[in-house]
Design a protein. Structure first.
Length: 335
């Protein structure tokens, strides 16, 4: 096993509504990422992916609140740190975050170089404009971005160029962990390919040391990440290598997620599309048993009544279901 860049232990966070109701959006998530590795997180909208991404930074704003658990970045537990310490010591150089629709967050009145100056000055107020420009120019050139972009405004760039620029800005301090929340969404196919290529280059060139890539499209992760976790209703329901999760999903939800998406990979061309019935549970009042039980055609009364924990099998793979792997594979084979 390589050096662990990020370790999360039983993390629980919640939203508090204006009516003082608790929404348990991340409920007992644990994960590890080694140096040089990338982890994909997949699941349908509302499953808690983006909330998990925000929670992992250890920087909470209402209505999101920390409940319990540990977030350890390269040996440092950031869960109990003061917000100002997290902002100045952790965000940017330890953990970087690319939110959804990040390309639309650029102030249209400022040149791109100004955003980079703000990021670097937040950690090194004495850095000169020349040193910042030289670093930015070098980094942009290495990542295939024309240095001229630094003197442009966001409105002068295409959607794909803006997204790649945001990624370059977010990783300018070479963070140990990069969290990218659907960085290729709302882009055309050509721009998506360029963004994915750029993410790979960031890893290969050592500008980031590990990465979490979040998307609702599980097959997309096959071409981007080493491992994949599937999230449902605030919990992780399965984890395995990218190949295992795309071609041999075990949990009924993972199986349904794969079955509801057209996959261009060889060996999946004959797959019939199927829909997952029903809707996710209300996380204000999560069910006591398996959270997928009401949508699962294999569920029994026992599934709905008993707490289901993650189970390990087959060299690091894990899943959350009361049935054995052998039973589930037999059931899938008979359908």
């Amino acid at each position: 096993m390589g050096k662990i860049m990020l370790e999360v232990k039983d993390l629980k966070t919640k939203y508090v509504t204006r009516f003082h109701e608790n929404v348990y959006a991340v409920d007992g998530v644990s994960l590890t990422i080694e140096e040089g590795k990338s982890l994909g997180i997949a699941g349908e909208s509302g499953c808690g992916k983006s909330t998990l991404a925000l929670s992992l930074m250890g920087y909470y704003f209402a209505p999101l609140h920390y409940m319990s658990g540990d977030i350890i970045v390269d040996g440092t537990n950031i869960s109990g740190m003061k917000p100002d310490d997290v902002r100045h010591k952790i965000l940017g150089n330890e953990i970087a975050y690319i939110p959804q629709a990040a390309m639309n967050a650029l102030n249209p009145t400022q040149k791109i170089i100004r955003f980079i100056e703000d990021v670097i000055h937040a950690h090194d107020p004495k850095a000169s404009k020349k040193d910042i420009y030289d670093l930015a120019k070098q980094r942009f050139e290495v990542l295939g971005l024309p240095p001229e972009v630094l003197q442009k405004h966001a409105v002068e760039l295409s959607g794909g160029m803006k997204q790649r620029t945001v990624i370059a800005i977010s990783t300018i301090l070479s963070p140990k962990v990069l969290i990218a929340d659907e960085p290729s969404s709302a882009l055309d196919v050509t721009s998506q390919k360029m963004v994915i290529k750029m993410m790979r280059e960031l890893m290969e060139k050592g500008f980031i040391r590990s990465m979490i890539f979040i998307t609702h499209e599980l097959p997309l992760l096959y071409n981007v990440t080493d491992d994949i976790m599937v999230m449902y209703a605030g919990q992780i329901v399965e984890r395995g290598t990218a190949r295992e999760m795309v071609f041999d999903p075990i949990h009924p939800y993972s199986k349904g997620l794969m079955g509801s998406i057209i996959v261009p990979e060889a060996g999946t061309r004959d797959q019939k599309l199927t829909a997952i019935p029903g809707t996710p549970p209300n996380l204000k009042r999560p069910p006591a048993g398996c959270r997928f039980a009401d949508r699962c055609k294999y569920a029994t009364a026992e599934c709905r009544g008993a707490t289901v924990a993650m189970k390990d099998f087959d060299q690091g793979r894990s899943y959350r279901c009361r049935y054995s792997v052998e039973h589930l594979r037999e059931v899938y084979a008979d359908e």
